[in-house]
Design a protein around this ligand. Structure first.
Ligand code: FE2
Length: 377
């Protein structure tokens, strides 16, 4: 199965969704269903924008709280999609909104779907899901997850355990980047999501599946983060900086679409679950330590030497401290006081793939040492 089809990505520098309208027309679609997080919809005055841009068509707007993409929210949206039968679903929101729309869009083609069916389809590599019956457009209102550019859809079950879906059917047909839309993000969320994007880019760069094309996306993302993140975090309404970090996040997503991620992402999920921390925060705890380990690999070290020059640091050996400095600058000071334990069933198949992509093989003892090294008290 080809997971490597890329989304078309357009950047639209006015907040009126004119670019989205043009793209939807290019798809020859006229029955849109919009899905948005309630907070984003309010902050962006989305109802007025949609009414102005789609005044005559039959359209449906669904808003709600999709945090964590819980299965019940996915199933409710699936029902709405089946009833309304859109020819395009437009997801406007953070990663959870977009992942909910990805999952519901695919499940809408099944005659029946309950939580058990979802559990059976997710955590399989790749997910054995049917083709989507409509177009999918993703418009991120945060800069970090990169899900607008990837074939991943991460959901949560009733115990808040993550389920990993990977399929070309989850890949949006189009991503529209609207820099205005990411200027209302709180600074702590900017910080966590930026570390997620930094992890996507670095992990894709050192992944065993890296290609010239994924390296270009990863390097572009890292250069943009290096250039714009500090200003965006200080002044989220700085449109130039917001634009730079939004593009960085999508380039980073495009990098790991192609090269997948590695041990940092695989281990971030049990850490986030046990510490009740955000995904980006968990990635930020691990990334420098995983970089330390990966520098032991001669070929990876050589590759990282070339990256160091792009980041304005003296050499590959400084990359772990470069990452730690970002944590400090972004005030991500969370520390672990209790060791994280992995269940005997860990990792599920998609995370096994990520562990296998790490350039240094992490045997069980090395994973234990890595998790122990995170404990500070
Ligand atoms: Fe991530």
């Amino acid at each position: 199965m080809d997971l490597f089809r890329s989304a078309t990505v357009r950047v639209w520098d006015t907040p009126d969704l004119a670019g989205t309208r043009a793209a939807v027309e290019a798809f020859d679609c006229s029955r849109p269903l919009f899905v948005a997080g309630a907070a984003s919809a309010d902050a962006l005055n989305l109802g007025a924008i949609l009414d102005a841009r789609w005044p005559h068509e039959e359209k449906r707007v669904v808003t709600g709280n999709f945090a964590g993409s819980p299965i019940p929210a996915v199933l409710r949206l699936r029902t709405t999609i089946r009833q309304f039968a859109p020819d395009v679903v437009v997801a406007i929101g953070g990663g959870s909104v977009i992942d909910t729309a990805k999952a519901a869009s695919v499940l809408a083609t099944l005659d029946r779907a309950d939580a058990k069916d979802v559990a059976a389809l997710w955590n399989v590599w790749p997910a054995p899901v049917p083709p989507r019956g409509h177009r999918l457009v993703a418009i991120p209102t945060t800069a970090g997850t990169g899900t607008e550019a990837t074939p991943y859809a991460v959901l949560s079950d009733e115990r808040n355990v993550k389920l990993f879906g990977v399929s070309r059917e989850f890949q949006p047909d189009l991503a529209v980047l609207v820099p205005h839309f990411v200027t209302t993000v709180p600074r702590d969320v900017i910080a966590e999501l930026a570390m997620d994007a930094l992890s996507h880019a670095l992990e894709a760069f050192w992944s065993r599946k890296a290609t010239l094309s994924s390296d270009v996306s990863a390097t572009t993302a890292l250069a943009l983060l290096d250039g714009y993140l500090a200003n965006y975090w200080k002044s989220p309404t700085d449109l130039v900086a917001a634009r730079g970090v939004l593009l960085a996040a999508t380039h980073a997503g495009d990098a790991f679409r192609q090269a997948s991620s590695t041990a940092c992402h695989a281990l971030s999920f049990p850490i986030a679950e046990q510490l009740h921390s955000s995904h980006g925060s968990a990635c930020s705890l691990l990334l420098a330590n995983v970089a330390d380990i990966n520098l032991r690999d001669h070929v990876t070290r050589l590759k990282l030497e070339s990256l160091a020059a792009c980041l304005g640091i003296r050499g590959a050996a400084e990359i772990p401290s470069y990452i730690r400095q970002w944590r400090t600058r972004l005030r991500l000071n969370e520390e672990i006081e209790q060791p994280v334990h992995l269940s005997p069933e860990w990792p599920p198949a998609p995370l096994q793939e990520m562990m296998a992509n790490n350039p240094v093989r992490l045997e069980a003892s090395l994973v234990r040492d890595l998790l122990a090294s995170l404990v500070t008290a």
